[in-house]
Design a protein around this ligand. Sequence first.
Ligand code: NAD
Length: 421
Amino acid sequence: MAEDLNPFRIAQEELDSAAEAMGLDKTAHAILREPKRTVVVNIPVKMRDGSVKVFNGFRVLYNDARGPGKGGIRYHPLENLDTVKALSAWMTWKTSLANIPFGGAKGGVICNPKEMNSYELENLSRGYVRALWNSIGPKIDVPAPDVYTNPQIMAWMMDEYNAIAGHGEPAFITGKPVEIGGSEGRFDSTAMGGMYVLRESAKKIKLDLKGSDVVIQGFGNAGMFAFEIANKLAGAKVVGISDSEGGIYDQDGIDYNKLLAAKKSTGKVQGYDKGEKVSNEELLELDADVIIPAAIENQITAANADKIKAKIVLELANGPVTPEADRILFERGVLDVPDFLVNSGGVIVSYFEWAQDREGYFWTEEEVYKRLDAIVTRSFNDVMATQEKYTESGKKITPRTAAYIVAVGRVAAAMKLRGWY
Ligand code: NAD
């Protein structure tokens, strides 16, 4: 039978397995299988040629038992409600695992931003806020950038919300430019958080990161910063890197600045003139200590999980390892660290931005990194402690299941205290 790839079904199935492993209360489970609120809007937008186009948009608040919703807004031609629902569920588990005072949410608009000019994008972004201002806000549900949305779009949205509220309310949205209430350290927050998790993972398996070999799949926002930080902070040697066109491998280590220059001038990683060319499949199977998938989903599957030679798989991308591959890696003794732990740095620094905006007092970049480190290290330890506790009681679980148990357990406890069940 073909695998059901509907993301919302997958999100529900993941919850179901965690619920079974932890013996979750049936009513709590039923509440957590569906979003609390789904709002669908139609937004009329004045276009440059004088016409008006109507765009379909969504905002899903999955759960707010632990605090206001938190999650990005995506602009994509293939956006659909089931994807937004799934992503809002995953945000609920991510904020809970980080133990920050938020629930989970997500939003989206069906549109093609590549075919829209800045005038039209501004009108759409302001229209999204006018259509939804009643259901979002600093104490209700706090949006952020996501696929094809950026700090400029957040700035327009904040301006529109402030005009409706009649006063300044920067904590309404995160991912803003620093000039209007954004936080220091946000750009590389995802990769930075991931590298702190890598440090803890290496400690856990007694791997010395200094001089160890690292392979990174993807050279976009996440992969690029991960490369730089792995080199500079951890002293690790990046020996393999790729983009959608393919990868390169150099046992002596790849030079970051030369690679950046090659990517800029040729448009691809394989423009780097040293080492050997490898395909994306070969890249993942290279002889390295650490593999960091930082590109797209479903890269390590049942078909290649037994060929992975690394000791640590650090999931910086969302969903790069399928559930079956997760089990295979676990049985083979590979430490596969789950995405919603590894890439939680972005939402954690979003939380810092919200907190700084509400206080009107801003932190240095150094302060931001220090607090980020403390939170992801705590999350990593929570996951490992839960895995050990289950192992001691005779139940072998993967780090991903342990992360789910921590996250779902906290949301269920909050709902219970509030009297929802
Ligand atoms: P991006 O678009 O900036 O970069 C993606 C990179 O992956 C590009 O280098 C692209 O060439 C490469 N790529 C695409 N298809 C590929 C393939 N088949 N094989 C190998 N490489 C391929 O995206 P990003 O922001 O770096 O995000 C990457 C992943 O990290 C995504 O899964 C995203 O959801 C996740 N993530 C990113 C952030 C963030 O702050 N950027 C936060 C959380 C999660």
